[in-house]
Design a binder for this molecule. Structure first.
Ligand code: ADP
Ligand code: XUL
Length: 528
């Protein structure tokens, strides 16, 4: 019976999961994760990001991601699995980040030498040593230029699913092309993190899928093809530098000889990779409209499947492609886990102590609000970072612990309304979804039941399930998505966290207080 490997190259770590599927059996047989900072200290990243002076710039190392892929594949090969049964591999990666390859890369990819570490062979392929990632917010000027060239942000959103966003790949490419024209000219291929890693596995140029392609401000959402006016507005000669777009279930090719010879893998099918959020949509079982998932990872995201692409009229959210061939709505918050950690670390708390404070303090925080914009925020758009407080003392430990969680949950509830989903159930995932006290605040703020999952990493699970779906479709009639996610991506029923009516009422009032504080901090007229 076949095994399926799903990888997830996220902001801070690379994770892997192997599924054993067949004969009525559907189970996880391997799970592992490595932290970039700890496993590869020589690259000098902090939380997966290279240090720098400009708080608006966030770049990482594509070489480190390649080294991590090599290390994880080595670990999978030594895990005691019956490797010969591995039928397909797919992956998930942090969205929006881009990798720049030179003219020699295609040939180098096709002839990866199993006798030498991958990273040494990737180094000469790069036309840019660093990759801008989703945490970057340094392209405000480029966003304005692109939007104005195509006829405004509304036109851009109608075609690509989002107005111009600083972290999206198009504005990042424009900045690179303008500031480093020679290096841009020496670039033959611009990959997303997802298609870069898929290319390394297949030893050939992998396509981008519509899920990750829609995080670029370059793809026409309805047709799933590159949109000419956006390419023209972004950088000269861009069309030739972009990969093809292919469905998320397309096969790139077999695993390259590098992997079969170096580690003893079979020539398993490499399935197109996607972004972490589209993969998590599958890994949290959201294959039908009407439910939402909240991912509490490095970024916090709220997302759900959409049958039709309804673009956010407020310009906050995004419509991406879904691996099912449909669409997904998503809103992203940059100050997620790292903001929670900043508050936890300020008072030297463990997560247990942090949770204890949430248990013992009153919901609504007495109407006091903390806006946790440690870093420039995506939702709402904040370019000048800084924590703002309304009525809350900076040295009030308990008030700040409650404050960060209540603000995050309320902001997510308010800024995901545009999706038009009447939420009664939330599927919670990401590292902080292990914390039931945080999820209780989520349940009370959203007035919805919140469920946890047995497999914590929904992105790598979703990638492995996509590998299984694509492989099965090649072998015989395609399974329905309900069948694909059955048992493995279903919430644990006993994990249900129900909203408490009295607290729901408190948070209804708190949402108004929060909105007023947010509006004031943004310099807008209060909506109170
Ligand atoms: P990524 O976006 O890199 O995939 P993860 O989903 O793995 O991130 O989440 C990692 C984060 O989870 C850590 O940065 C940490 O802050 C958070 N985390 C882990 N355990 C807990 C906990 N018990 N309570 C709150 N947050 C937690
Ligand atoms: C989504 C986003 C983040 C990244 C990293 O738009 O920017 O969620 O995908 O997780």
């Amino acid at each position: 019976m076949p095994l399926y490997l799903g990888l997830d190259s996220s902001t801070q770590s690379l994770s892997a999961i192997v599924l054993d599927i067949g004969d009525g059996k559907r189970r996880v047989v391997f799970e592992d994760s490595l932290s970039f900072d700890e496993t590869f200290p020589d690259y000098g990243t902090r939380h997966g990001v290279l240090p720098g002076d400009d708080p608006l710039v966030a770049v990482s190392s594509p070489l480190m991601w390649a080294a991590a892929l090599d290390e994880m594949m080595s670990r999978v090969s030594r895990a005691g699995l019956d490797l010969g049964r591995l039928a397909a591999v797919s992956g998930s990666a942090q969205q929006h980040g881009s990798v720049y390859l030179n003219a020699g890369a295609a040939r180098a990819l096709a002839s990866l030498d199993p006798g030498r570490p991958l990273v040494d062979q990737v180094r000469p392929m790069l036309s840019r040593p660093v990759s801008p990632i989703w945490m970057d917010s340094s392209t405000g000027a480029e966003c304005r230029q692109i939007a104005s060239a195509v006829g405004g942000d509304t036109v851009l959103a109608q075609h690509t699913g989002s107005r111009a966003f600083e972290r999206f790949t198009g504005p990042q490419i424009r900045k690179f092309a303008q500031r480093e024209p020679d290096a841009y000219a020496a670039t033959s291929r611009i990959h997303l993190v997802s298609s870069f890693l898929a290319s390394l596995l297949a030893g050939s140029d992998a396509p981008v899928d519509p899920g990750d392609g829609s995080g670029m401000n370059l793809m026409d959402l309805e047709t799933g093809t590159w949109w000419g006016p956006a390419m023209d507005a972004t950088a000269p000669g861009l069309r030739d530098k972009l990969p093809k777009i292919a469905p998320a279930s397309a096969i790139v090719g077999p695993l390259a000889a590098y992997w079969t010879k170096r580690y003893g893998f079979p020539a398993a099918r490499v399935v197109v990779w996607s972004g972490d959020n589209p993969c998590s949509l599958i890994g949290t079982g959201l294959v039908r409209e009407g439910r939402l998932a909240v991912s509490l990872g490095t970024s916090d995201t709220v997302f759900g499947l959409m049958r039709e692409p309804r673009v956010d009229p407020t310009g906050t959210g995004h419509v991406f492609g879904s691996p099912t061939g449909e669409f997904m709505g998503l809103t992203c918050f940059k100050n997620g886990s790292l903001a929670r950690e900043r508050i936890r670390d300020k008072w030297h708390l463990s997560w247990d102590e942090f949770s204890g404070i949430l248990r013992s303090t009153p919901p609504g925080n007495g109407g006091r609000v903390l806006l946790p914009w440690f870093e420039p925020e995506i939702t709402p758009a904040v370019t000048e970072p800084g924590v703002r407080r309304c009525g809350l003392a900076e040295d009030d430990r308990d008030g700040n612990v409650r404050g960060v969680i209540e603000a995050q949950m309320t902001s997510m509830a308010l800024h995901s309304r545009w999706m038009g989903v009447d939420v009664d159930t939330i599927h919670a995932t990401g590292g902080a979804a292990a914390n039931r006290e945080i999820l209780q605040v989520m349940a009370d703020v959203f007035d919805a039941d919140v469920y946890q999952f047995e497999v914590g990493n929904s992105a790598s699970l979703g990638a492995a399930l996509r590998a299984a779906q694509a492989d099965a479709a090649v072998r015989g009639p395609a399974a329905t998505w309900d069948e694909v996610v059955r048992e493995l991506a279903e919430p644990v029923t006993t994990s249900r966290i129900a909203p408490v009516p009295e607290r729901v009422a408190v948070y209804r009032e708190f949402a108004r207080t929060y909105a007023a504080c947010e509006a004031e901090a943004l310099g807008r007229v209060s909506v109170r």
